[in-house]
Design a protein around this ligand. Sequence first.
Ligand SMILES: O=C(O)c1ccccc1NCC(=O)[C@H](O)[C@H](O)COP(=O)(O)O
Length: 215
Amino acid sequence: MPQDVNVKICGLTAPEHVQAAARAGARYAGFVFFPKSPRHLEVARAAELAADAPVGLAKVALTVNATDAELDRIVGAVPLDMLQLHGKESPDRVAAVKDRFGLPVMKAVGVADEEDLAQIDLYSEVADQLLIDAKPPKNAVLPGGNGLAFDWRLLAGRKYWRRPWMLAGGLTPQNVAEAIRMTGAQQVDVSSGVETAPGVKDAELIRSFIGAAQG
Ligand SMILES: O=C(O)c1ccccc1NCC(=O)[C@H](O)[C@H](O)COP(=O)(O)O
């Protein structure tokens, strides 16, 4: 059974849900900085949430094509353990962000079909971790956090990428164990699957997701 699976709860906006995630055994807490998202946080609010997060819970700032100035504001105010780049950042941009901010960088790669897997190799050259997520639908407002899964069979038998990676996209308490079984993922990420409405996290769903992921 997958007890060692690391879980990231993404899009946290309330202290009680940060605490619930940590108590249930989450390894990472994701804070979204993308104004069009229902999970968007102002920098000051994220700073409070991150400062109060229990020791051992890694705090991840998620940005989308952010400029250096935007990242300066976030990194300067929020105690962080990792940056997640969830836009169209090039490999050179990933490397530049890593150098400038001195934090580990996780690059999100959207997958819909076999061809998309080449991106994982490309970004493995520069990123510390990869987030393998469902590619958003055309014209989607959000590049992630859409509650959509991709075909996990694309990852079957390929769990040994060069970098640590997380499986994301449409995971729920009901399907996460099967997703882990099919893909061999040792880390999983969820947002919509632990919400009762877009942007509204639920402590019980967080607990049941982590319980199901960790067996
Ligand atoms: O969650 C958002 O609102 C979001 C906004 C803009 C870019 C990325 C976003 N989320 C990225 C994540 O890491 C999500 O957790 C991941 O895409 C999985 O989301 P879900 O399918 O809803 O579980």
